[in-house]
Design a protein around this ligand. Structure first.
Ligand code: NAI
Length: 722
């Protein structure tokens, strides 16, 4: 019999076998080769000793129940490895199926997070009991990595809850549920407050259900809600592609399409055939490029970024206890909420007590909404609000160990507010500015301790946006960078670290996307096609509507300042074709964006109604024809090329920061794996990207000429890595 290296077999005197998942070589259990061998050996033994077994309980000796597929293995798979991928998945599934159909009750005692392959083990159990542990998550998030759950996840969820619920609640969004919400949505049968209670409940289930079987193994079983051949189901079917379309905006995400097809096809055949269909669709995904991109970004890069890849080494970690937020406007109010949510005391200061109170009221609004949706409790709401003290009095900031400034975007005002508070707060307090455009080194000139001064660029809306861009000024010390990093982690956000530069990394690069869209309007392209191209490239925001949100006066202001700075430094300044369009919109047509109307029209409530018809009249040329593929790639390439320049100039020092910052901060399409992974994963790799950039440069302008560093990398046959 083969060794069961990653699973311990513990049998009690009553005949209950506990299978303790405990990979000795890793901190979490994964579906690696050792697991594949172990679970096969366990199935052999269970079949051989069946007569002495009264029930089986899966549980784990790790903090998490089971982490899922082994992504290190998966990311290496090439199209030619399809056979291997198919075989590995099939082998694990076969073993789980043998245990599931042994004829004894099988229970999952879910002691911690059970995501992906972890939850699939639970699905192959007759009864699922989750320990209600804080931070524990349950679900099938494969779609978020460009994959589908191929350990029986599609086949079993479809049979457990019906195609509609399986797709919408579990498979297509990859929702990760808390144990309570997993119970509410039918992913688990019961909760337990302690590990002892969980195991007692498992034993009780086995005692009470000696003949237990999966619903789908009971003769006469029918999929809840029907199958595609059933009229009731058929009536619902048209809703799926629409829903999918909405979710995807027509962008190139193969996983949801495969999941949909797999669920629908699998529902019409027997269980074993459905498992094979699942393996085929999975194999196609795992050997393709999108899954590699998404695994790289959402697993490896994100982990590296959050673990502190860009945090200076050797600085002891520190926690903030009390933070001063200066300015209770849109950003300040959101920052105050995010800090209070993480347990930090917040003093929220504005010029008047009313303005400060209004900023706190924003937290009340968010909490009321959370309460009405059952996402928080009265007690937690009260606790969080009690942590926010609104004030107009600088004296209330005594003892604050960090300051985050979010007053109007004005250097003199920002200098003044720091002067007002710097002698009141803790003598070594961290000094942060949430400026979106002003150079950090210049702002640092207004404080007594420039080494402790740093940029902390939040994104709007702060409570939802997961990224914070940390900006080092010329005089910022390592200690401040590390403390800023720790603060961002403390409030459960993801920090990227960049060097001071106009627009830092995020604003500068997203500006290229917007400029490209606006330039196409100037070339006479139908505005609706420009928006459609952005959507089909996978951008979450439409490009012209985004420009309106930011207002057209903002790029003009930035452009003027940048041009002045360039001239002062003796660098050549090149106009972007978007500049003329923006100038005409503002000067000739009086359309500065948002409230005053811009590329779109708005009603009295500020709601966007339609694209401004004047755009067609003044800009559209009926004979303008740009291939759709070029339109999409111009936006993607403009951002990728400027990111390479950010690396060249030292604005960025990490590839992982670039990828994560671009997806989580500025909506670069997730299917690419981020702005630099887009170059790595482009057809033909960086060399293919360079060739295509040269084509775009020849047709659309010098700005697409690939930088020398990229050309050299492509010639060496390398990809970008940290
Ligand atoms: P806002 O106009 O909503 O709020 C600014 C607040 O600062 C107002 O409540 C104002 O009363 C207060 N304030 C003015 N002088 C003050 C003083 N002496 N002491 C205390 N409070 C004072 O502006 P918003 O949008 O919140 O922006 C704030 C900062 O955040 C700006 O630097 C902006 O560039 C930056 N930012 C804005 C983003 C956005 O999407 N709006 C994104 C990232 C950064």
């Amino acid at each position: 019999m083969t060794e069961t290296r990653t699973i311990r077999w513990e049998q009690d005197e009553t005949g209950i076998v506990t299978l303790v998942l405990d990979d000795p070589d890793q901190s979490a259990n994964t579906m690696n080769q050792a697991f594949k061998d172990s679970i096969a050996a366990i199935a052999d033994r269970a079949e051989a000793e069946k007569d002495s077994i009264r029930g089986i309980v899966y549980t784990s000796a790790k903090k998490t129940f089971f982490a899922g597929g082994d992504l290190k293995d998966m990311i290496r798979l090439r199209p030619e490895d399809a056979g291997l991928a198919f075989e590995t998945g099939t082998a694990i599934k076969r073993s789980l199926r043998r245990i599931e159909t042994l004829g004894v009750p099988v229970v999952a005692a879910i002691n911690g997070a059970a995501l992906g392959g972890g939850y699939e083990i639970c699905l192959a159990s007759h009864h699922r009991i989750a320990l209600d542990a804080p931070g524990s998550k349950i679900g099938l998030p494969e779609v978020t990595l460009g994959l589908l759950p191929a350990g029986g996840g599609v086949t079993r969820t479809v049979r457990l809850m019906g195609i509609a619920d399986a797709l919408l609640k579990v498979l297509l969004q990859g929702t990760q549920y808390t144990p309570q919400r997993a119970l509410d949505n039918g992913l688990v049968h019961e909760l337990a407050a302690t590990p002892e209670e969980m195991l007692a409940k498992a034993r009780a289930f086995i005692d009470a259900n000696p003949e237990s079987k999966q619903p789908w193994d009971v003769p006469g079983y029918k999929i809840p809600g029907g199958t595609p051949s059933n009229p009731r189901f058929a009536a619902n079917l048209p809703a799926f592609p629409a829903n999918l379309k909405k979710q995807l905006n027509g962008a190139p995400y193969p996983a949801p399409r495969n999941i949909l097809a797999c669920a629908v096809e699998g529902a019409q055949v027997d269980f074993e055939t459905a498992l094979t269909i699942e393996a085929r669709y999975f194999t196609e995904l795992v050997t393709g490029q999108t899954a590699k991109n998404m695994i790289q970004a959402f697993f490896f890069d994100l982990q590296a970024v959050n673990a502190g890849r860009s945090r200076p080494q050797g600085v002891a970690p520190r926690q903030v206890r009390k933070v001063a937020v200066l300015g209770a406007g849109m950003m300040g109010a959101g920052i105050a909420y995010s800090c209070a949510r993480a347990g930090i005391e917040v003093v929220l200061k504005d010029v008047t007590a009313e303005a400060a109170a209004k900023g706190k009221a924003y937290s009340e609004k968010l909490l009321d909404k959370a309460l009405s949706r059952g996402r928080t409790t009265e007690a937690k709401r009260a606790e969080l609000l009690a942590r926010i003290t609104p004030t107009a009095d600088a004296a209330d900031l005594a003892g604050c160990d960090a300051v985050i400034e979010a007053v109007f975007e004005d250097t003199a005002l920002k200098h003044r507010v720091f002067q007002e508070v710097q002698d009141v707060i803790a003598p070594d307090a961290l000094l942060c500015s949430n400026t979106s455009t002003l150079p950090i080194s210049g702002l640092a000139e207004g404080v007594k301790r420039p080494a402790d001064f740093i940029g902390l660029h939040f994104f709007s809306p702060v409570d939802k946006m997961p990224l914070v861009e940390i900006i080092k000024g010329e005089r910022t010390g390592d200690e401040a960078i590390a403390r800023a990093f720790d603060l961002v982690r403390q409030i459960n956000k993801t920090p990227i670290v960049v060097n001071d530069s106009r627009g830092f990394f995020t604003s500068r690069v997203i500006g290229q996307f917007i400029n490209e869209g606006v330039a196409m309007v100037g070339e006479g392209v139908e505005p609706a096609s420009v928006e459609q191209a952005a959507a089909q490239a996978g951008y979450p925001a439409k490009v012209l509507s985004l420009m309106d949100e930011l207002t057209l006066t903002l790029p003009r202001k930035i452009r003027n300042e940048t041009r002045k700075a360039f001239e002062a430094e003796g660098r050549t300044w090149t106009e972007h074709p978007a500049d003329t369009v923006i100038d005409r919109m503002v000067d000739e047509f009086g359309r500065p964006g948002r409230s005053g109307g811009g590329f779109y029209e708005y009603d009295e409530t500020g709601r966007r109604t339609r694209i401004w018809p004047g755009l067609r009249e003044h800009f559209a040329k009926p004979d303008a024809s740009i291939p759709f593929e070029d339109m999409k790639e111009r936006m993607l390439f403009a951002e990728a090329l400027d990111t390479v320049r950010c690396l060249d100039e030292g604005v960025l020092t990490s590839i992982a920061d670039a990828n994560i910052g671009s997806i989580m901060g500025i909506g670069f399409p997730a299917w690419t794996g981020g702005v630099i992974q887009y170059i790595n994963g482009y057809e033909g790799g960086p060399a293919g990207f360079v060739a295509r950039a040269r084509e775009l440069a020849a047709t659309y302008g010098e700005r697409f000429t690939p930088p020398a560093s990229l050309v050299a990398k492509a010639e060496r046959g390398e990809t970008y890595t940290d």
